[in-house]
Design a binder for this molecule. Structure first.
Ligand code: FMN
Length: 399
């Protein structure tokens, strides 16, 4: 049977308004304790009013050393945060919209300058983008603690009234670092074979089942990245099958790590100006060095084609290998493509990030037929400037 994009749909018991999801997008709207602000609540309400099928929040941190170096990340590392998030979920539920919280540990893709703590990773290997820190290899005890902290965060997410939780296994953050041979060089039971690299994720599912059995746990995972010895579709398919066995509710298919530049959020226009002005790595460079560095940076940021629907082939391959819902994200920006992805390619859901930044109400425009295509120009200034400021569309202009 063919699915219709704008009909209600169920995902592991969560009732979605339609098949278009707001993919996790770091908002940078938490207070100094990592708690959600009124500004964040208002953003979610705008999304809910705009008829999005479901909202996935920007990533929320599960422990202090895994906090993002981007501006004002939400944290879910303490029971004290539950009440504040309950206000968010109640407000969104008034519009009949489900909301799922994405949780993460940033691993080596953060800066000790921001967290005040040593960065950690599966292996002590420097990240080419977060290059000022040399991460410390996690011990067995620390890995177990991280698993428990993920599980405690999942319990809190449920208590706060979210309809489900999404584990961030993509984009080079800690769990993605474990899954990829590029960043995981361990020789113990946490590295080597696919099963060993997956062990940390499998343990989170196992221990979560004991605490909140049946609660929907989704994942966002990388199907591929630009690293020679990194993730490839064949291994991603195998990981998707392990996830299904673990009881995963749905898989969102993405790609890329920060070392790849903007591989996971591609665009034609390369935001070198914004990077020079707003990223920690480049903003302190002296003027003449900046002038030389700019073209180099432009080359580093250049993304492979296609620039649109770039995870679709991988998502189709993963869908063919599992019996749980598959969501595809990445360069999806018009209703004709969305219809084709759902009807012809039989994927369960599509998700978008950047189109919702410029138009939180884009789904209602699609439904009414007033818009058929996103106004987003994929300049990625939103992502670059997010290191210093809350989420906003800059439309290719420096603030
Ligand atoms: C400003 C910004 C913040 C993002 N934050 C997150 C995040 O917190 N978690 C995540 O999984 N992906 C994040 N992403 C990636 C998007 O969810 C998405 O995978 C990517 O942008 C490709 O989709 P799009 O073409 O619809 O934007 C972010 C992207 C942008 C532009």
């Amino acid at each position: 049977m063919t699915n219709a994009v704008f009909e209600k749909a169920s995902l592991a018991g969560i009732q979605l308004k339609n098949r278009i999801i707001r993919s996790a997008t770091h908002e940078g709207m938490a207070d100094e304790k990592g708690l959600p602000t009124e500004k964040l609540k208002k953003l979610y309400i705008r999304l809910a009013k705009g008829e999005v099928g479901a909202i996935i929040t920007g990533y929320a941190g599960i422990q202090a050393d895994g906090k993002s170096s981007l501006f004002a990340m939400s944290m879910i590392d303490s029971d004290d945060s539950i009440q504040a998030y309950r206000e968010i979920t109640s407000a969104v539920h008034e519009y009949g919209t489900p909301i799922i919280m994405q949780i993460a540990h940033c691993g080596r893709q953060t800066r000790s300058k921001s967290t005040g703590l040593q960065t950690v990773a599966p292996s002590a290997m420097r990240d080419a983008f977060y290059s000022e820190d040399m991460p410390r290899e996690l011990s067995e005890v620390e890995i177990n603690q991280i698993i428990d902290n993920f599980v405690s965060a999942i319990v809190r997410v449920k208590q706060a009234g979210f309809d489900g939780v999404q584990l961030h296994l993509a984009h080079g953050y800690l769990l993605s670092e474990f899954l990829s041979s590029h960043s995981n060089r361990r020789k113990d039971r946490w590295g080597g074979s696919t099963e060993n690299k997956y062990r940390i994720v499998g343990e989170i599912f196992k221990r979560a089942e004991e605490r909140v059995g049946g609660y929907p746990i989704l994942v966002k995972m990388n199907a591929h990245d630009g690293r020679g010895n990194g993730m490839k579709i064949e291994e991603a398919v195998r990981i998707a099958q392990l996830l299904e066995k673990s009881g995963c509710a749905a898989i969102e298919v993405s790609c890329g790590v920060f070392e790849d530049g903007l591989y996971s959020m591609r665009g034609e226009k390369l935001p070198a100006d914004a990077a020079m002005a707003y990223t920690f790595k480049y903003k302190h460079l002296p003027g003449p060095v900046k002038a030389i560095a700019k073209p180099v940076l432009r080359a580093f940021m250049k993304q492979p084609k296609p620039l649109l629907k770039y995870n679709l082939d991988a998502a189709i391959q993963i869908k063919a290998a599992v019996n749980i819902p598959v969501i595809v994200v990445g360069g999806i920006n018009n209703i004709d493509d969305i219809n084709a992805i759902i009807r012809n390619h039989h994927l369960d859901f599509v998700s978008m990030s950047r189109p919702f930044i410029i138009e939180p109400g884009i789904v209602s425009k699609f439904i009414q037929g007033t818009d058929t295509k996103s106004k987003c120009i994929m300049c990625n200034y939103c992502a670059i400037i997010g290191e210093e400021r809350p989420l906003k569309c800059y439309y290719g202009k420096l603030p």
